[in-house]
Design a protein. Structure first.
Length: 277
């Protein structure tokens, strides 16, 4: 299996909405975004699947070194080889790839966030940076598009957090800011013990409104000249906003279930969004 086949396999097996967003891209761009996504999956899996913090930190450090080797032309991992290949055509800054690893590392040492400002740093590293790298692959003419990518990444990550509240709680993590829990009168114990209440519903409605704000802010910052090139991001937004609507319609029952869209609906949303431009 060559490096790009390895990355394609990683992407396809994930079932992620990310995969549907680049299914219509030309081969060279699709290969590049798939390599980037495979890298994100590799470092994310280190955190989610390794229960020994020290070992996970060692593995993330290995990936930092692998990125260094990739930029010096001597990668050892299939994903490193794939990234080295695509970097001959696309600008993927080393510091941004390392920042993604730093974001994943935050999950090993931080399980709560005092306020939204603190959460924003995490979202920036694990999502907005991915958006900024993706923009380099999709292409842009107006630098305003970078602001769009930043805010869209934040909106997508906030949607992820809303969807995964219960799943994350079972891993001992609560991403919802403590200041928000206190504002709505929802003790962390309720989330950890899967206790629904009117206060919890209000809290989650507020989180959804915040995510919607960043979707709208992102779209407002996307220049018309770059809209066609940035269709993969618009596909992601369409899928994730549909997911957010499903979660809200279900009454934010995210503590004991994980809402998802069917593959068929994702394909339909991807196709209609792509060809609408």
């Amino acid at each position: 299996m060559n490096p790009h086949d390895y990355c394609q396999d990683r992407a396809a097996k994930s079932g992620s909405s990310f995969y549907y967003s680049f299914m219509f891209l030309p081969p060279e761009q699709r290969q590049a975004i798939t390599a980037l996504y495979a890298f994100c999956r590799e470092v994310d899996d280190v955190v989610d699947e390794c229960h020994d913090i020290s070992l996970a930190q060692t593995k993330l450090e290995w990936w930092r070194q692998e990125i260094g080797r990739t930029f010096s032309g001597t990668p050892t991992h299939p994903v490193g080889h794939a990234l080295k290949d695509v970097m001959t055509h696309f600008n993927l800054p080393q510091e941004q790839l390392l920042e993604i690893i730093d974001g994943m590392a935050m999950d090993l040492t931080q399980t709560r966030y005092l306020d939204f400002k603190g959460l924003q740093l995490y979202c920036y590293r694990v999502a907005s940076v991915v958006g900024l790298l993706s923009v380099e692959i999709f292409g842009y003419e107006n630098r305003q598009t970078l602001k769009y990518a930043h805010d869209l990444g934040l909106a997508l990550q906030l949607t992820n957090i809303i969807r995964d509240v219960g799943e994350d709680a079972r891993r001992g993590r609560i991403y919802l800011p403590i200041e928000d829990l206190q504002r709505f009168g929802v003790p962390a114990k309720d989330i950890l013990e899967t206790h629904y209440s009117d206060a919890f519903h209000a809290l989650m409605a507020f989180q959804a409104e915040r995510a919607e704000h960043y979707y709208e802010q992102a779209f407002a910052q996307l220049p018309a000249v770059d809209r066609k090139a940035q269709r993969p991001g618009l596909v992601m937004a369409a899928i994730y906003r549909a997911l957010l609507s499903e979660i809200a319609a279900d009454g934010f029952k995210v503590l004991d279930r994980r809402t998802s869209l069917t593959p068929l609906r994702k394909v339909w949303l991807a196709g209609t969004t792509w060809f609408k431009g």
